[in-house]
Design a binder for this molecule. Structure first.
Ligand code: GRF
Length: 202
């Protein structure tokens, strides 16, 4: 099977990026990260990419007159690297029409809660404060909303009596590192079909 070319957008520490790089290098997924783009100059994710000889590019939002022009630049970099699937991994911006139109049904995101519960920021802490018995994580296709796109995979993580928001977040993160590569594998194997808001697995 040929190797799917991945572009990963990041803003921070990049542990999901690392999980995806590792899965590709170990041959666990038929996919390879070919470029990493950050909107933050000091994101540790950029360091991780460079340590793996992957082009790591900072694009400064402030250099562009508006979001559309900024996204056109990001999309142009991804296209120049012949990216086939875009993975958001801790990327702290809502995508606009330019990106969505450049990569229709070809953008995934990971979210640290069982969507549609707790979309948006600080999902793990909000789930813990709410007192849920189970939380988890979700890989979904990206649409114009905030964490609203068609769901590909989820992992459930029980909330323990002794949990703090931090320990819960750490156990959710372990699952993120499993289901993100798994969702990419399904995409690479052409086993995902989107019908309206549902994703069917072949
Ligand atoms: C993860 O919890 C992910 O679910 C969320 O942002 C965090 C990114 O962490 N979207 P990392 O940068 O991959 O370590």
């Amino acid at each position: 099977m040929s190797c799917l070319r991945l572009g990963v957008l990041v803003s921070g520490r990049g542990s999901n990026l690392q999980a995806i790089i590792d899965a590709g290098q170990k041959g666990e997924i038929p996919a390879e990260v070919v470029v990493v783009i950050s909107d933050q100059p000091d994101a540790f994710a950029l360091t991780r990419a460079r340590a793996n000889n992957i082009p790591a590019i900072y694009v400064n939002f402030q250099d562009f007159p508006n979001k559309e022009k900024y996204e056109e630049k990001v999309a142009a970099i991804l296209q120049a690297h012949k990216v086939e699937l875009v993975c958001l991994a801790g990327y702290m911006r809502i995508l606009g029409a330019s990106m969505l139109e450049a990569f229709p049904n070809r953008i995934m995101n990971i979210h640290p809660a069982l969507l549609p519960a707790f979309p948006g920021l600080h999902a793990q802490a909000r789930a813990w404060e709410h007192g849920v018995r189970f939380s988890g994580c979700t890989v979904h296709f990206v649409d114009e909303g905030v964490d609203t796109g068609p769901i590909i995979l989820q992992a459930v993580v029980p909330v323990l009596v002794e949990d703090t928001a931090e320990t819960l977040a750490a156990r959710i993160l372990e699952q993120e590192h499993k289901i993100y590569p798994a969702a990419i594998r399904l995409f690479a194997q052409n086993r995902l079909r989107i019908q309206r808001r549902k994703v069917y697995l072949k």
